[in-house]
Design a protein around this ligand. Structure first.
Ligand SMILES: NC(=O)c1ccc[n+]([C@@H]2O[C@H](COP(=O)([O-])OP(=O)(O)OC[C@H]3O[C@@H](n4cnc5c(N)ncnc54)[C@H](OP(=O)(O)O)[C@@H]3O)[C@@H](O)[C@H]2O)c1
Length: 283
């Protein structure tokens, strides 16, 4: 039996869908913070269990009887290491045979602003002695959905990533990789650097939005402090502004630029290019 945490989130939902294409519903458990949000899955025969990363008891119950668990990293940035620790401890207590975790590119060595919580989690997994697979997911194409819509409407977008390259892929690509690992053999002890096959810059993104909309789109590259000012003036909360500017700095430094072929190998097809996602959103 396979338990997927965060199964009401964007990625977790896609993983559950992918598992249901390969396995009977009674082999899949959706472990979720808010069971009411998973009513649709319950109707399809998927057992829904409450699993709140901040409630260790719920986690032990949720993981009971699981052969394999996909721990989808929490979205509560800043609180994730402790939350993931609770899941790892519960997995150990429940006798889980194989834990799979969604991490970040080169998490243990990267200066990426998001890396420390993933590094801490990978170290906790290692120390737990559980058989595990680490899926170090690069950026989602979908992270740019708002940028694409805004640029399509106004003809331009700003950033501070310079000519930094992004090796993104779609959530569906990463979900397919997770399904391949959860339903395949021989993935224990492996760390996969999952990234899109083709890297792109913000100038490339502008060109793709231009192609999809038939209008000229300009990428305006700003120094980090001016980028922050523009985001603040647009009404974004301060922590989000800091985060977005830091991420652009990381992209400028090439921290999301590595493409390894691991994703393509696991899913048995090329990753989805950013242009396809742009066309879906703005076409
Ligand atoms: N690679 C990337 O570009 C990228 C981008 C964004 C995020 N991420 C990471 O990848 C993860 C999955 O991405 P996503 O797009 O699926 O994010 P998402 O849609 O925000 O899903 C996050 C999931 O985490 C669950 N969660 C949050 N706090 C929890 C808690 N205390 N207990 C139990 N569950 C909790 C949420 O539950 P609810 O459904 O109840 O809210 C949700 O199901 C994110 O959480 C984040 O760690 C990666």
């Amino acid at each position: 039996m396979i338990v997927v945490t965060g199964a009401t989130g964007h990625l977790g939902k896609l993983v559950v869908e992918g598992l249901l294409e390969k396995l009977p519903a009674d082999q899949v458990v959706a472990a979720v913070r808010t069971p009411e949000k998973a009513a649709g899955l319950a109707e399809r025969g998927v057992e829904v269990r409450r699993a709140d990363y901040t409630d260790p008891e719920s986690l032990v119950t949720a993981l009971k009887g699981a052969d394999k668990v996909l721990l989808v990293s929490s979205s509560e940035v800043g609180r994730r290491a402790a939350q993931h620790q609770a899941v790892i401890e519960a997995a150990k207590e429940a006798g889980v045979r194989h834990l799979v975790y969604t991490s970040a590119p080169q998490a243990t060595t990267s200066k990426l602003v998001l890396a420390p919580e993933h590094k801490a989690t990978e170290e906790l997994i290692e120390a737990s002695g559980l058989a595990a697979t680490i899926l170090r997911n690069n950026w989602y194409n979908e992270n740019y959905a708002d940028t694409i819509k805004q640029a399509a409407a106004t003809g331009s977008f700003v950033g501070s990533a310079g000519a930094g390259r992004v090796a993104s892929a779609t959530r569906a690509d990463y979900a397919a990789a997770a399904v391949a690992v959860l339903t395949g053999e021989g993935h224990e002890g492996k760390i996969y650097e999952l990234a899109g096959d083709v890297t792109w810059t913000n100038a490339d993104l502008a060109a793709e939005i231009g192609k999809a909309t038939g209008r000229e789109i300009t990428y305006i590259d700003l120094p980090a402090d001016e980028h922050a000012k523009v985001l603040t003036q647009a009404g974004l909360p301060e922590p989000l502004v800091g985060f977005l500017v830091a991420i652009d700095g990381d992209i400028k430094d090439g921290l999301l630029a590595e493409t390894t072929g691991d994703l393509r190998t696991l899913i048995g097809r090329p990753s989805t290019p950013i242009g396809v996602t742009v066309a879906e959103i703005a076409g």
